[in-house]
Design a protein around this ligand. Structure first.
Ligand SMILES: [Zn+2]
Ligand SMILES: [Zn+2]
Length: 328
């Protein structure tokens, strides 16, 4: 497994295989996606990290054993372990169907050891069955990039003209759902990132350009996946009156001040936090029907630091996935 301690790169260490408690499953990890949130955790930009921590919350693996109280999951089954690892079930948010906002929620790879490891334990109630013909590595990005993207797209409303700022793992999945829904897609990338712009066009974007550019027509909504606060006023400028800008990340650099007129005329600015289990069930059912194809670049577990460095540099097409058992 790979362990994160503050101020150090991720270190490969051996640890005994964890044991599942009564309500938990032990999962032999097959693949684990590398999410931008992992980068924020390793870089110390998120402050609630339990340290040391095994990162990774896009876990696909096979149930090795189950605790005595687990029902409905059996050894051998393929499951996914997402970011949402535990909620209280009692607070006002949990009772209102907003468990993503639970005040005492715990998250995989953040407060609960995650999937940069050969084995992981998880609360059985938060695991999803992973069906369909996806390989383990192909399925991994659905677990966060897919889920958060799906939730962000829903919050963007039904408008036909959708902008996406930052064309990485989440965007490449959202693009496919949006196209399936008949929307027109406008992709914004770092200036000069012709590779990402070509990737967006391959996925059906009608326009791709730099984030500073104005799109050729006004947008109904925009989703910002890049963790760059300056994109907020840029996106507000690009959407029509009454349109929505959704911030899809867990962390963003400070948003610069901007004139009120960018927000006025009933534009909405919202963020997306975490996921609910319902999001997971819906997206995992939808993915094989479209079908969503995930574009992945695989790395052995021992190359976790390299995968994170590639993500930081924006040098990935699609999503990075750690594949266990692959030689380094
Ligand atoms: Zn994530
Ligand atoms: Zn709660």
């Amino acid at each position: 497994m790979v362990l994160h301690r503050p101020g150090e790169p991720l270190n490969l260490e051996e640890r005994p295989t964890p044991k599942p408690a009564a309500g938990e499953v032990l999962v032999k990890v097959a693949a684990c996606g590398v999410c931008r949130t992992d980068l924020h955790i390793v870089d110390g930009e998120l402050t609630q990290t339990r340290l040391p921590i095994i990162p990774g919350h896009e876990v696909v693996g096979y149930v090795a054993s189950v605790g005595s109280a687990v029902q409905g999951i059996t050894p051998g089954e393929r499951v996914g372990i997402p970011w949402l690892g535990w909620t209280c079930g009692r607070c006002a948010y949990c009772r209102a169907g907003q468990e993503n906002l639970c005040e005492t929620a715990r998250f995989t790879g953040y407060q609960i050891d995650g999937g940069y490891a050969e084995f992981a334990v998880a609360d059985a109630r938060y695991c999803f069955p992973v069906q369909g013909s996806y390989s383990d590595a192909e399925a991994a990005p659905l677990l966060c990039a897919g889920l958060i993207g799906y939730r962000a797209l829903r919050m963007a409303g039904d408008g036909a003209r959708l902008g996406i700022y930052g064309f990485g793992a989440a965007a490449h999945i959202v693009a496919q759902i949006a196209r399936h829904q008949g929307r027109r897609l406008f992709a914004f990338t770092r200036a000069g990132d012709t590779a990402a712009q070509a990737f967006a066009r391959d996925l059906g974007a009608v326009w791709a350009g730099a984030s500073e550019e104005a799109p050729p027509e006004q947008l109904d909504a925009a989703i910002i996946f890049a963790p760059v606060g300056a994109l907020v006023p840029a996106a507000l400028k690009a959407v029509r009156p009454g349109g929505t800008v959704v911030c899809g990340g867990i962390h963003m650099s400070a948003i610069p001040s901007f004139p009120y007129e960018l927000l006025w005329r009933e534009r909405k600015l919202v963020s997306v936090a975490n996921l609910t289990r319902r999001d997971g069930e819906e997206l995992l059912a939808l993915a094989p029907r479209i079908p969503i194809k995930t574009e992945i670049e695989t790395f052995p577990l021992s190359a976790a630091n390299e995968a994170l460095a590639r993500l930081r540099a924006g040098k990935l097409r699609g999503a990075a996935v750690l594949v266990m058992g692959e030689k380094g």
